[in-house]
Ligand binder design. Sequence first.
Ligand code: XIL
Length: 366
Amino acid sequence: MKAKSSWLVLLILVGAMACEQKKQTQEDSDVREDKGLKTYYQDYFPMGVAVSPYAIKGEQAELIKKNFNSMTPENVMKSGPIHPKENEYNWKDADAIAEFAKANGMRLRGHALVWHNQAPDWLYVDENGEEVSKEVLLARLKSHITEVVTRYKDVIYAWDVVNEAISDDPDEFYRDSKLYQICGEEFIARAFEYAREADPDVQLFYNDYEVINPVKREKIYKMVRGLQDAGVPIDGVGIQGHWSVFEPSEETLRATIDRFTGLGLEVQVTELDVSIYKKEHTRREKLPTDDDTFTDELKKKQIEQYDMIFKVFRENKEKLSSVTFWNVSDQYSWLDHFPVPDRKDYPLLFGEDNQPKEVYWTVVDF
Ligand code: XIL
């Protein structure tokens, strides 16, 4: 009897160990078998990433191919880099990204036709250095938009036509940029029309940041509605998504997405990153109090924030037609230099070693 029950205990023990081992192997193989971000999300939305010509050549190229099925050029299609002088275009870098997208069957978003930042100086002045008239500026915008949109007609499916035209100041509607000073609000509608003329099939987006701020969000809503009412060819709104471990809240994120879907437009998250710092949108000096340690506490917060964000995105998959990360990995992100110069940030799903971070597994585990 005693011998029998010892055997039984032994058997149970062996069984339990085998079970544990199986679970372990399963967990290990889950970690080892990484299908890539885009595959986990294939029934939800395309996964995009902002790239530089360097990123598509170097060690990040494989990571991009494995995880993403959409790209946005981070800088090289902006008007300054691509159109440095009135009669000179620099197509090389933009072409390289377009070729990479085509070769790998990836979608390509164009960014950005009209933006007050990274615009070339020549755009606003004549040969004597005098500010140009509204007519001249609009003609220059038309020529720029026509050239660039036409060149990438075969590969770009959506363009950010106007970027960041709304003011952050609650008491001001439009941003007081050179474009606005010379043309008034008219440059916005015209830009969409020029883009539509150049490519009847491409989707045309208005793109902006701080859309989670209810005051700015309402201004954007009002402007977009106004454009629609006036028959301006606008197809979508890009919510940039430069967020942080401290914002937005789930409620705010839901309200932000919902606000624009009622307009019958495409809604995309175009520039996602989740900074480990309190969000600031204006450049400032680095201070002695700026600490860039990525503490365990912040890692946990980032995991919780990404978890919430992607849960909301998945629940809204019918409303969101694409999600794009702004940069590939924490090896380099624009937030290493903005808003504070030389303050390292860790905003993405892949680490400084270009490997998935713990937060990656949270985002793909649903
Ligand atoms: C940023 C780039 O990532 C940086 O490399 C560049 O120095 C400045 O612009 N909103 C936008 C993007 O629409 O074009 C910006 O990209 C980030 C904020």
